[in-house]
Design a protein around this ligand. Structure first.
Ligand SMILES: [Zn+2]
Length: 456
């Protein structure tokens, strides 16, 4: 390349570091080849690669992140050829996939270009992005991503990184790949599923430790393990299902019983782990991507449209409009009842879905009674209006699964009840939140007696 470009290349090196191995020099040369003036080329490269870029660790990865930098060791690498789309002019392209790890975790990646390293090497990735692929976070290396090999990395060696990470259940998230846990089996059941055209027996259930609970699925037999067993699981995979992590026990996973003398040293017993979860603050639920089997309590601040009597497709269970299923067309709908309500406890709010069994309990009317109301009233919203009148302002406790989405926390209730006995506790709590000031305290009292959280 021409001598006259040297000052520009020097400036790029000063600003961006190694420009040879990161492909920045090649990028510069490409622009020059396209007859871009050298100073314009330099500026554009500085803008593209020099901007403030977040440097992340693997544990920080979440869905749909863009333009970050990450360094990791390649634990696994494979390639496959992808057939071009029908009618395309190009030949098959190569896709490189594998696992990248740092001291905080490991992540699946896919790259449309060949990497400057192989298994065991450390690579630095600039301008990467993440996607959700098959319910897992995947690090994507695209055209605009710069990848360079790091020869003197302080990252732990491959033997250390390839081991699973020991985790408590509450710490397990979408970015986890392979984990080691010690937990007790709270629920366990066998079922037959059709997997890859073959009937297989799978075990599914719920695990618990002192921090929380998670569902698990085992694709292998678990001899001697039953409800109440305290087990050590090594090398389980984390899969995401409906926004919730679940522990997958595969043939490569090691499962063993914890000896009673070791179990005695744990921070939980079967009895403590099996205890019903106590309500926690909604704020705390919102601080995590998802929480499995938790409880919360708060006031119903609104009942959402779509609550009340609905019709479902008999084939797929989808909610149908005017006897038409999106998938199955004209069908004879099955009546169902559900309630979607916003629950607020003063620290946060969440959208709670109550299926029929719970809707009937908290509404105090059965589906049949609600139907009678619907038929006896001219307004088609009679049930919805009645639900709003009845539920708004009520104090409820719920237990179920929470996941965070675009519109905040959505919670699917599996249990719901009116915690009548703790009214006094809540009054004290409310007074404390409103401050020690006597006048305020007085106001708060009258607010309560005015029925803000009346339990009638
Ligand atoms: Zn359908």
């Amino acid at each position: 390349m021409d001598e006259k470009f040297a000052p520009h290349l020097e400036e790029l090196t000063r600003a961006l570091g190694d420009i040879e191995n990161t492909g920045i020099r090649a990028e510069f040369e490409k622009l020059i080849a396209f007859r871009v003036p050298p100073d314009v080329a330099k500026e554009s490269i500085l803008r593209k690669f020099g901007g403030k870029r977040k440097v992340l660790k693997i544990k920080d990865l979440s869905a749909n992140l863009k333009n970050f930098e990450l360094t990791g060791r390649i634990l696994d690498l494979g390639e496959k050829s992808i057939r071009p789309p029908e009618g395309g002019k190009e030949g098959p392209s190569r896709l490189y996939t594998g696992v990248l790890a740092d001291e905080t975790g490991s992540v699946l990646f896919s790259s449309w270009k060949e990497l400057p390293g192989s298994i065991g090497d450390v690579i630095n990735i600039k301008n990467a992005y993440t996607r959700i692929w098959q319910n897992r976070i995947r690090l994507s290396i695209g055209e605009q991503t710069l990848v360079s090999k790091v020869s003197d990395s302080a990252l732990p060696p491959i033997s250390e990184l390839s081991g699973s990470q020991a985790k408590k259940l509450i710490e397990i998230g979408a970015a986890d790949f392979s984990i080691d846990i010690v937990a007790c089996v709270l629920q366990l059941s066998h079922r037959e599923v059709l997997a890859k055209g073959r009937q297989s027996r799978v075990i599914s259930g719920v695990l618990a430790d002192e921090t929380g609970r998670l569902p698990f699925t085992a694709w292998i037999e678990l001899p001697g393990i039953d409800i109440g067993s305290i087990i050590r699981i090594e090398g389980a995979q984390v899969r995401m299902f409906r926004g919730m992590p679940s522990v997958n026990v595969l043939s490569s996973t090691k499962v063993s019983s914890v000896e009673p003398e070791d179990a005695a040293k744990l921070a939980f017993t079967f009895e403590s782990a099996a205890r019903d979860p106590v309500p926690i603050r909604i704020e705390k639920i919102g601080s995590r991507e998802s929480m499995f089997d938790v409880a919360a309590a708060g006031n119903v601040v609104s009942v959402r449209p779509g609550s009340g009597i609905i019709s479902r497709c008999p084939e797929c269970g989808r909610v149908i409009q005017r006897g038409n299923c999106r998938v199955h067309g004209k069908v004879e709908g099955i009546r169902d009842m559900r309630i979607k309500a916003i629950l607020d406890d003063g620290t946060g709010s969440m959208s709670v879905m109550f299926p029929r069994e719970l809707a009937e309990i908290i509404y105090g009317k059965t589906l049949e009674e609600a139907e009678q109301l619907m038929f006896s009233d001219v307004s088609k919203d009679a049930v919805y209006e009645d639900l709003r009148r009845f539920l708004t302002g009520r104090y409820l406790a719920v237990r179920g699964n929470a996941s965070k989405g675009e519109y905040g926390i959505s919670f699917v209730a599996e249990k719901a009840w009116v915690p009548e006995d703790d009214l006094a506790v809540r009054v004290v709590e409310l007074l404390r939140r409103l401050g020690p000031d006597e006048e305020n305290g007085h106001d708060a009292c009258s607010e309560i007696s005015n029925g803000g959280i009346n339990l009638a």
